[in-house]
Write a protein that binds this ligand. Sequence first.
Ligand code: MG
Length: 335
Amino acid sequence: MFRQFSLPLARPLETARGTIDERRGFIFARNGGVGEATPLPDWTEPLDACERALEAADDADNWDDALAACEDAPAARHAVSLAKLDAEARDKGVSLTRSLADDPVESVPVNATVGDGSIEATAAEARAAVERGFETVKLKVGARSVEADTERLRAVNDETDATLRADANSAWTREQARKAFDAFADFDIEYVEQPLPAEDLAGHADLRGGETDVALDESLTEHALADALDAADYVVLKPMALGGVDRALDAARAARDAGVEPVVTTTVDAVVARTAAVHLAAAIPDVPACGLATADRLADDLAADPALVEDGRIRVPEAPGHGVSIDLAEVNADA
Ligand SMILES: [Mg+2]
């Protein structure tokens, strides 16, 4: 069975197709396992296509046919594959991460994200994150000039001990990106995420080799993983966009084999998918700080969160499966 839900966002989310103020998706349940599909425009199939794929999966006689019904719908496939993994792990009495890896870690480091703002607001938000225990802070850049973003990074670098990342969300031209990488070389920035448009793999490859590494995020929607791995030092893996935790783990292992570091993040998902992403991250040895501290982007959620952020880390739930207890009768779009 599956049920639709709608959750209000704590603050609007900017997407390439405009601003959204709620996350709509589906909880899919089968054989005692529970999964989540929360489509996001430009990253996955639209909501109606997701619903059609889940209907077909729900009608299927077995897991293989259910998964096959979602082959062209990554968010739907995320839900069905997660329900399967959850059911299998619960049957074995082990946590999801223990069913994915022999020796998972007990907690994963996560980054704080600081949005666009003045120098003062940026530094204050970064200081507050560090005081809450975050060791890695990611600044959104690209909304103002390269010079202005450089001063924002300088302020955070001067005022905190945090490891810095910047995410440009495809905002720059090649010239602006080169200027930014030259200016940022002063600050020991771990990486700049998606400096250039998603399609421009060659431009990203050209930015590599200096002080600051290149991470690809949006490019993974436009290019095969193998091609993206040739142009990046880091890849940002979103299980919902990749079609499931299983596929994201395959991608993380392929990245490591290619000498590229995988970072796991969400598409601002509800508690089931977010917690599953924590289990995935824990299955990646020595995973870098991940973008999994996204629960506070939602004003409400489907169930209690078993994987809270504490001191810049998330402890992986040890209960069987993903560890989210959800009352399906309570899930509905009008909640
Ligand atoms: Mg990003």
